[in-house]
Design a binder for this molecule. Structure first.
Ligand SMILES: Nc1ncnc2c1ncn2[C@@H]1O[C@H](COP(=O)(O)OP(=O)(O)OP(=O)(O)O)[C@@H](O)[C@H]1O
Ligand SMILES: O=P(O)(O)O[C@@H]1[C@H](O)[C@H](O)[C@@H](OP(=O)(O)O)[C@H](OP(=O)(O)O)[C@H]1O
Length: 344
């Protein structure tokens, strides 16, 4: 085992009462059976929140500062006292307290629509050790059969403060997909109709090793599998995903404030709703406009389909106030792939 600070543990991780491991976690740092120091995401009992451990100090500080900055920008927009805005420190390095213009604050506040809601930080004891967690909206909340895909965005996944070693490691992973598409696939889970037992579904999960084995055609196939493209109602799903991706792209086109390295888009949808829609037999156009005759179905697609930006451990102020071309290249590739699937 390569990592330091490892301790043998034999049982499941010891987590506080009322919490459990996030069962829909598809990528990122996870609990490890043989390393008590490794901590993954937690969820609470039915409250619709997830708890992300802060991880490596520099990454944790940057992610926490990012969410706090967004919260401060929202508060300022809502008319809270100006000092909140002056505390913005997106760099996570020493200093902080840099001032931000009204435009910057408004941009940050607009970004909040595209990231999970933030509910502050808290300390929890896991495996007899205290860890700091950030409390976030669970993007799969309310989904009976959540399909979740983590797509890491950008050709470059190392940040400006990375060591030469870290840069080398990052450049050697997911090479084909990263270089050609500016995307990589660290993990996903999808429910699919069970071909052996009609009416039943099976859960398929793929992790980083699968993602690392993909070439461009394989990446396209993985997305087609994730979006259940053979399902009758998949065009509703693809249209809504496209709509949310374009909205994120519109934000990135406007901003010259931040550069997102090694950040992901988390795409979540409920397979149960997709199936019910397919069985409902109504035209896709009607459904994507938010109307459905069955009152048991959510009225709008964005209630069971969510695309959000996550993982801000490597977010940095934009160099020379440049747009985030690295992120936008990957995001555009993803949009192109989804458009191609829709028009197949
Ligand atoms: N708000 C959320 N709601 C639901 N699931 C989430 C949320 N945030 C993260 N996850 C789950 O946890 C996984 C890991 O999240 P994230 O990328 O933030 O962690 P990380 O450990 O920083 O990852 P990395 O190793 O790439 O740095 C995601 O792939 C997703 O499955
Ligand atoms: O895709 P993989 O192969 O899972 O690689 C991991 C991924 O690049 C994470 O973003 C990174 O965490 P950070 O973002 O926190 O650097 C982690 O570094 P780590 O092993 O040093 O934690 C890598 O192992």
């Amino acid at each position: 085992m390569a990592k330091k600070e490892q301790e043998k543990v034999t049982a499941m991780p010891m987590v506080p009462m009322g919490y459990c491991m996030l069962d829909t976690q598809v990528a990122g740092h996870t609990f490890e059976a043989t390393n008590a120091a490794a901590v993954g995401l937690l969820q609470d009992a039915g409250e619709g929140r997830v708890f992300k451990p802060l991880g490596k100090p520099e990454c944790g500080v940057r992610e926490l500062n990012f969410y706090e900055s967004l919260a401060a920008a929202i508060a300022t927009q809502a008319g809270a006292s100006p000092p909140a805005a002056n505390n913005l420190n997106l760099n996570g390095t020493a200093g902080g307290g840099e001032g931000h213009s009204e435009t910057d604050l408004s941009l940050l506040a607009d970004l909040a629509a595209h990231v999970p809601r933030y509910y502050g930080q808290l300390k929890l004891v896991v495996n007899q050790r205290e860890h700091t967690f950030i409390k976030l909206e669970d993007l799969t909340h309310g989904m009976a059969r959540p399909c979740v895909m983590d797509v890491k965005i950008g050709r470059r996944t190392w940040d400006p403060l990375s060591s030469a070693h870290k840069r080398e490691i990052e450049e050697q992973k997911y090479v084909v997909c990263k270089q050609n598409l500016g995307l990589c696939l660290p993990g996903f889970q999808v429910y699919q109709p069970d071909e052996q037992q009609p009416g039943q579904s099976v859960l398929i999960r793929q992790g980083r090793d699968y993602g690392k084995s993909l070439d461009v055609a394989g990446f396209h196939k993985a997305l087609a599998q994730f979006f259940n493209v053979n399902c009758q109602a998949s065009d509703v799903l693809l249209r809504e995903v496209l709509c949310q991706l374009r909205s994120i792209r519109a934000w990135f086109k406007r901003q010259r404030l931040l550069h997102f390295y090694a950040s992901s888009l988390l795409i979540c949808y409920d397979f149960e709703q997709l199936q019910r829609l397919a069985k409902g037999g109504s035209s896709s156009k009607q459904l994507s406009n938010g109307y459905h005759p069955d009152p048991a179905l959510p009225t709008t697609a964005n209630q069971w389909i969510r695309v959000r930006c996550i993982d801000f451990a490597h977010i940095f102020p934009a160099e020379d106030a440049q747009p985030d071309h690295n992120y936008m290249f990957g995001l555009q590739s993803l949009i192109d792939i989804v458009e191609t699937m829709l028009h197949r």
